[in-house]
Every structure is written in C-alpha cells, then in structure tokens.
Design a protein around this ligand. Structure first.
Ligand code: 26Q
Length: 790
C-alpha cells in the first residue's frame, strides 16, 4: 500500500463516512477517517483467518476475561500492518500533526491493571502466532475511572471512552443471546427446568485484532447488556416517562461500568451478574459455533479450549455442565468430564482476601440451578477422591478458586515462584489429588506495543544493529549482546535513553509545570496502589534520602527524580492515604531550595496504558519492591527491563526470572525472600525492632508524625505511622534498611555512566524471553493443545 492509496482511502472516509470536507475537518475527524482506512486493511486478513480456521477445522482458543486493558489501538494497528511511514507522510502532506491524531484516540481502559493488560497482550500474541482465538469480555460503557488530585487527594471521575465513534468495532445485531437470572428450578421427571424470572440480552460487538505483519487477525467479542423490552409504551402514554424507560435502564446497568477494585469487593450482586452475563453469553456462542460445524458435543474438547482469566468467569464450569446436561441431555458425569477437558484456569493471586467467594444465599437467588450443580460437582469430586476433604462450598459460601480448580484440566500460575507457592499454599490439597494439573506459564508482554511503538528511538537502534526480525522473535535481542562491548553502541544506547528522558521532561513541564533535570536518574514506580506493592517503602526512602542530603548538601549525591503513578481502588482508604502522603512529600521536597537540584518527586495523575508507554522508555530505574511472595508475577517489571531500565527489586514474582536472565550483576536485589518473610512475621515486635535499628527509618517516620509534610495538620498520617510501628503486615520496616542501602549502591553505579549503560543494554539484550509470544506458545503446548495455522 502506497502513501497515495492510504491518503485516498482516508479522504474517502472523511467524505463518505464522516460527511466532512477536509477544509473543515477537526483532529477528531482525521483520526476517525484514518482509523476507518486502517481498519479496512484489517478486514481481509481477518476474513482469511476465519476461513482458514473453518476450512482446516482447527481447534479454537477462547479467552474469557472480565478485563481487557487495551489502551489505544490506532498506532498498534498501523505498526502491525507496516503502515507507519505511509501514515506519517500522508499527514506531512496535510497541515495536520500525526502525533496529535494518534493522541486524539481515547484509551480503552476496560481493565484495572496487570490482569487486564495481560489479556490485551495475549490478544496481540494470539494473532501474531496465528492461533485461532476469540477474546470474550464485557463492553463496559465506562472503563476504569479517571483520577485527579485535589489538594493531593485522589478524586475519581467517570471515564467516557465511548462518547465519540468507536471506530474499531463492528456491531453484530444478529448475534444476541438471552441471559436469565433468578426464578425457580422446577422438576419435570428426572429433569431440572430452570425458569429465570429476569432476562437481559447480551449483544455482540466485534473488534478485529491484527497480529504482527498483518498475517492473521482474531476477534475480540465484547457483550453489551440490553433490555428484552424496548420501553413501556403504555406507561409512556400515561406520562410516566422515567418509569417507562426503567426496564431498559435496569438491564443496561450490567454492562455500565467496570468494577474499579483489583482485589475483590466481596458479595456485590451486580458483579456476580456481570460475571454470569458475559460467561453465559460466551459459552452459548461457543456452542453455537461448534454445532454449526459438528454434531457430537462429546467432541467439544477437541475443538474448543476455554481459558478462564482468574476466577471471574468461573461460573463457566457449572454453566457448561448445565448446557450439556440440562439442555442437551448428556449424562451428568460425562458433562463434567467434557467441561473439564475444555476448561483451564489461570490464577493471579494467592492473597486470601483476594480469592473470590460468593454466599450461597446470593448465588441461590441469582443462579439457583448453578448452585445445585455446584453441590453435585462437590459430591462427585468427594466420591471420586474419598481420601481427602476439599470442598467447593464451605461455611455457606462458594469458593470460586476451588470451583475453577475442580472444573479445569489445567491450572496455571503466572511466574515460577507464584506457581510453586500455589502448590504449597492455596491449592496444596488439590495439588496432592491432581498433581498433573498445575503448570507454570510465566507472563510476557507484547514487544510490538512495549518496545517497537513506545520506544521508536531504541527500536531503530536495534534495527540498525541486528535487523528487524526481533519484533516477531524477541529472543533474537540476544544478538545485541556482542555489541554491548562496543563503545559506539553503548553511546547510541545512552543517546536513545537521553532522548526519551528529554521527551518525558517536556511532558512533565507541560502538564505539571515542573522542571526536571534530564541528567538526573529517573526512578519510576508505576502500578496500582497496594500495601503489598509498598509505594510507602519507596516514599519513606525518599524522605530518608532528603534528610540525608539536607544534613550534608555538599556530598557527592546522584541527582534523582522519583516518579510515581497509579490509581487506588475508591474504597481502599489506606491506599488513598499513601497517594496523599506522596503528593504532600512532593510539595515539601520540591520546594526545598537546599535539595531541589538533587531530588524531585512527581506523582503523575491518571495512570493508564498511554502514560505507561511514555514513562517506561524514559526510565533509568524500575521499582519492583513488593513483599516477597505477594506479587504473582508483575509485567511492568518486564517492560522496564526490555526498555533498558535497571531494576531495584525483591525476589518476588517474575523478578526472580528477570534476574536470572539479566544476571545478578545487572539487577539490584534487596530484601527478604518469601520464606524469610513468613519467618519474620512470627518475630514479636518485628517493626519496632527494625525501626530501632535504623536511624534513617526512625527519622523518616518521625518527620511524618511531626507533620513535616502536612503542616498545620500533624495527625494527617497518624494511621500510616501507626500501622508501620505496630502491625506492618507487609514488612516495610523490616526491609527498609536493605532497600536504603541498595539505593545508595544504585547511586554509586549511576555515577559511572558507562557502566550503567552497559548494564542497561544487557537488560535489553537478555529479556527477549519475556515476550508474550513465548507465553502464548507455552499455553498452546501445555494447556490448550492448539496449533498455529500456517
Ligand atoms: C474481583 C471480584 C470483584 C471485584 C474485583 C475483582 C478483581 C478485579 C481485578 C480482582 C482482581 C483483579 C486483578 C488482579 C490483577 O491484576 N492481578 C495481577 O495479574 C498480573 C497478571 O498476571 C500479575 O502480573 C500481577 O502480579 C497480579 O497482581
């Protein structure tokens, strides 16, 4: 496709799809016109892929996820189709900025964090490796809330990604299913007949997902909820306008908004409705597609692999059994076997409070037939495994992790450490019964978005050095390794980093009005705010460093910029306090004339995929400092390392494997290991002991308590200080000194810029294994028995 073709196609869309004359077109119009022109180029490979899958009767993968944190799609599609140069030159021809056009696209923020972003990377990789697949999820009207700060406090605002035209999707009015809730279960002979009392329609919306080089495209099918009744004309005619629209509004609430919690908001009926709504619609769609080609449902496992992204779609187990047994008359035990052979489950957390449970009361009220089936699944499992006692239902609640486990033929963790801990802790008993079921599939990230597009300067250096094959074969980055000894390469690598840092400094100046020294170390922690992720450890170290600089301003300090970004769940009071504290600390430190050349603190609001794409390429240091044993994997850690940032981190999640890949010399390790964490917690007064042993920590906490960062309101952070002193479950105090000391070592190394750049370049050269293409190939081989179509 030439520049002229793209230009022509875009002008056609501007005129005929948008009804705009180029002279009157706004950035929005250009963006939509370009998106539609690009989308046209996805349709043919998309059809080709669908036809090839039908023709070859290939097995399909179905990825069920409550969240797909996609971000923007335009640049991704352009890059994957190889149209970047053409698109740039088209806009050079008009007086329109291509960057502004790209930036006009809203982020599709249909996810909370890591789990949702992983699903989005998997979609990219499934298409890249030409694995026939569908993503299934919810078409939320409102994605994750927008975050603002008012006097340093987080304020949430609704997100509105669908106000303009959603250029990527195709509505499928013909593809709709009725989904039922509540009502009684009748007995008719030996058959159970569920008669739901409430019904909503799940309507399909398809987005094609194009893979690298445009060879294959899969479908992301998102369901939106609609009323079975349009509106009540009789009531309307009586003048009851609001009441007339009520049934419609009620049905739509199901797909109205993403739950903004990334642990579990226990027991919310609407959340359970969302889970069943999209899972049931997806399964009906899967069976419809299977039955359009085959007639023996017992063969379903040969043609469909259904992956549950965490327990959120766990109701798929009983629902599939219900469809097979109640509706297709297959024997109960056979139905369970068939369902299990199709289903597999990915676990993303071991924290007990984050494991989903639903009360039998709520489950029975909304999904009465499923509750019965879960009881039978429990009985069957007990009968087949009489020696041991594990049940899905316990003390009046349904444990979704156990349900997913017993209904899945494979259960996977997301990093080596996490999978081991899973075997030893939450699923120890079930693992003894079914030792073949648990496997590890270490997470990965798509190199298209997380290196090629977000870091064009580094990408072109890599292209020049080893050619451009690495984008589809990331392990080829290892070919950079011999060049790391070449000063010319190291200088070019350092230049790329410097350019990205200068870009970020401009951005921060424009958006926050803050001047950053681009020579300073950019030290970045970006992720959801959680006590286990320990942003408060980072800010305590920042305070301690500030105090040390003030005590000795003329010592040989390494200038640093501490950058934070991330959202807190609206109901997570402690996390919101941490945000407030960081903002307060930033205000005081940035205004200190003694230290301001050496230390700055920035909290960027509204962290999202797009902001991550800007920050990660500009990082020198990546903060991955969770309490060991708590972070299942992390994926930000991989993106930073790939983009040539060094990690300061604990032996947690995938940090362990990253360190093995890059080499211990190129990773700043500190802190307790997972078993040491368990032992330390048993030490009485562990926090007080750690504070007593560290004057730096004691000083930092005392400053917080004296109101140094909240003048006039010294009690503002009393609860944080108290938590640190008296409970400190996440062992911030116990790890503090090791962290502080390691940071001073980081300072030392950063002063030797050439040594630092060598380490940074080795991080890029040695992290090719963390491509999500590798992860997807692992799932295909170990879990799905699926194959690429070539
Ligand atoms: C569940 C029920 C009710 C309300 C909310 C939720 C909910 C929503 C999102 C529970 C959990 C999540 C998200 C979890 C998550 O993002 N986990 C992260 O998954 C990543 C991908 O595997 C890992 O890298 C991270 O370590 C893990 O924290």
């Amino acid at each position: 496709m030439t520049d002229a073709d793209l230009r022509e196609s875009m002008l056609q869309h501007l005129k005929y799809s948008l009804g705009k004359d180029p002279g009157h077109a706004h950035i929005y119009d250009w963006r939509v016109a370009l998106s539609l022109a690009v989308r046209d180029h996805i349709v043919d490979p998309w059809f080709k892929a669908t036809r090839a899958t039908y023709a070859g009767q290939h097995k399909r993968v179905y990825y069920l996820s409550m969240e797909f944190l996609i971000g923007r799609l335009l640049e991704d599609a352009i890059v994957n189709l190889g149209l970047l140069e053409q698109a740039k030159s088209v806009f050079d021809g008009f007086d329109v900025s291509f960057d502004e056009v790209l930036e006009n696209e809203p982020d599709a923020a249909l996810g909370n964090g890591g789990l949702g972003r992983l699903a989005a990377c998997f979609l990219d990789s499934l298409s890249t490796v030409a694995c026939p697949a569908h993503g299934y999820g919810i078409r939320y009207e409102h994605g994750l809330f927008r975050q603002r700060f008012v006097d340093g406090r987080q304020v949430e605002e609704p997100e509105t990604w669908l106000t303009g035209r959603h250029t990527w999707e195709f509505e499928r009015p013909e593809c709709a299913f009725e989904i039922g809730f509540g009502g009684p279960v009748m007995e008719s002979g030996r058959k159970a007949l569920w008669q739901p009392e409430e019904r909503v329609i799940a309507a399909a919306h398809d987005t094609p997902i194009i893979g690298w080089r445009g060879n294959w495209a899969n479908t992301l099918r998102l369901w939106s909820a609609q009323s079975t009744r349009v509106f009540d004309l009789e009531r309307f005619n009586r003048g009851e306008y609001a009441a007339a629209a009520e049934p419609e509004a009620l049905a739509r609430t199901i797909s109205r908004v993403l739950y903004p919690d990334d642990t579990t908001e226990q027991g919310k009926a609407l959340r359970l409705k969302q889970e069943y709504f999209f899972t049931a619609a997806s399964l009906r769609d899967i069976l419809r597609r299977f039955l359009s080609e085959y007639d023996d449902l017992r063969k379903l496992p040969h043609k469909a692999a259904i992956q549950l992204n965490d327990t959120h779609p766990a109701i798929a187990g009983p629902e599939l059994v219900r469809l097979l047994h109640d509706e297709k008359d297959i024997d109960f035990e056979d139905s369970v076997e068939i369902a299990r052979a199709c289903l597999s489950y990915t676990n993303h957390t071991l924290m007990p409070e984050a494991l989903e449970r639903w009360s039998e009361g709520l489950m029975g009220a909304l999904l009465p037939r499923h509750l019965q089936l879960i009881e039978r699944i429990d009985e069957l499992h007990a009968r087949q495994n009489p020696s041991r006692k594990v049940t899905v239902i316990e003390n009046g609640s349904v444990k979704m992790g156990e349900l997913s486990f017993v209904m899945a033929h494979r259960i996977n963790g997301v990093s080596a450490l996490h999978t081991d801990l899973m075997k030893q802790t939450v699923f120890a008993e079930l693992n003894r019964l079914h030792p073949e079921r648990i496997v590890n599939e270490t997470n990965g990230v798509t190199p298209r978005r997380w290196l090629l597009s977000c870091n064009p300067v580094l990408s072109s250096l890599i292209d020049k050095t080893i050619g451009n094959d690495w984008v589809g074969h990331l392990e080829r980055l290892s070919e950079l390794e011999p060049h790391v000894d070449d000063t010319g390469f190291r200088d070019a690598f350092a230049d790329a980093k410097a350019k990205n840092k200068a870009g970020l400094a401009h951005f921060v100046r424009d958006t926050e009005g803050l001047q950053l020294d681009p020579e300073a170390m950019f030290d970045i922690q970006i992720k959801r705010i959680h006590e286990y992720k320990r942003q408060h450890l980072n800010i305590l170290e920042t305070i301690a460093l500030w105090r040390a600089i003030r005590d000795n301003p003329n010592a040989d300090w390494s200038p640093r910029v501490k950058i934070f970004a991330g959202k807190a769940a609206p109901g997570y009071v402690f996390a919101k306090k941490i945000i407030h504290l960081i903002n307060d600390v930033a205000r005081i430190i940035n205004a200190d004339p003694v230290t301001s050349k050496l230390l700055k603190v920035v909290y960027l609001p509204n962290y999202n995929v797009t902001l991550a794409e800007r920050l990660i390429p500009a990082a020198d240091l990546s903060e991955q400092i969770s309490t060991a044993g708590k972070e299942a994997s992390g994926t930000g850690n991989m993106k930073f390392a790939l983009n040539g940032a060094l990690t300061i981190g604990t032996l947690d999640g995938a940090n362990v494997e990253i360190r093995e890949c890059v080499g211990a010399d190129n990773f700043f390790l500190f802190g307790m290991t997972a078993p040491e964490v368990v032992a330390r917690r048993a030490v009485p007064d562990h926090a007080r002991k750690a504070i007593d042993a560290s004057p730096e920590l004691a000083g930092a906490i005392a400053d917080i308590e004296r109101g140094v960062f909240s003048p006039g309101d010294p009690g503002r952070y009393a609860d944080i200080a108290e938590n640190l002193r008296w409970s400190d479950y996440f062992l911030v105090c116990s790890d503090f000194q090791a962290y502080y000391d390691k940071q001073r070592e980081v300072d030392q190394v950063f002063r030797d810029r050439d040594r630092w750049m060598r380490m940074a370049a080795l991080n890029t050269a040695r992290t090719g294994w963390f491509s999500s293409d590798r992860t997807i190939r692992g799932y295909m081989a170990d879990i799905w028995s699926a194959h690429s179509v070539t």
